[in-house]
Write a protein that binds this ligand. Structure first.
Ligand code: MN3
Length: 200
């Protein structure tokens, strides 16, 4: 199945001042588009173009690094745009999610501290995550394009900590970017949707 660049689910300026139109134009139109174009070319070459995105990620992991990185980054960004919304964030989680955060992650404040620490502690480019593994939530971090799928887990929330995601708006202040992501951007309804799909 050929990869396609999805439209952003909001206007380019919808997430300002926490994420500017300039950041979204570069990040979506240039970076994500490059993963789509390169991923399609490499999937074709590898004879995997008919497989689902998730299968391509799992099958290329450890054997075809260029394809893996582009395919995984496509997957990560498809979700990343939907993990944010205008007037998102905040501490009020939909019921089922609040329960799981309390029981598995030690409550919202501990989640925020651990998720932010995972993002800050990811040396160089990568992602920090909340993922479902064996029915329970876990905080994870991964380098470059890698994601929880290759660790037997399903991501339900992820934050891109590549510099292209925050340098225009926050310069080198990755902790401030992560704090703004949790406080002002996260679309908890989409996190709940993925949580329910991963645990049913
Ligand atoms: Mn990115």
């Amino acid at each position: 199945m050929a990869f396609e660049l999805p439209d952003l689910p909001y206007a380019y300026d919808a997430l300002a001042p926490y994420m500017s139109a300039e950041t979204l134009e570069f990040h979506h139109d240039k970076h994500h588009k490059a993963y789509v174009d390169k991923g399609n070319e490499l999937a074709q070459e590898a004879g995997l173009a008919d497989k689902s995105l998730e299968d391509i990620i799992r099958e290329s992991h450890g054997s075809n690094a260029p394809l893996f990185n582009n395919a995984a980054q496509h997957y990560n960004h498809v979700h990343f745009w939907k993990w944010m919304k205008k007037n998102g964030g905040g501490t009020s989680l939909p019921g089922a999610l609040q329960k799981a955060f309390d029981s598995d992650l030690g409550g919202f404040e501990k989640f925020k501290a651990d998720f932010t620490a995972a993002g800050v502690g990811q040396f160089g480019s990568g992602w920090c995550w909340v993922a479902v593994k064996d029915g329970k939530l876990e905080i994870m971090k991964t380098p470059n394009g890698e994601n929880p799928l290759v660790h037997g887990a399903t991501p339900i929330l992820g934050c891109d900590v590549w510099e292209h995601s925050y340098y225009i708006d926050y310069r080198n202040a990755r902790p401030k970017y992560l704090e703004a992501f949790v406080d002002n951007l996260v679309c908890w309804d989409y996190v709940l949707e993925l949580y329910e799909a991963a645990t049913k």
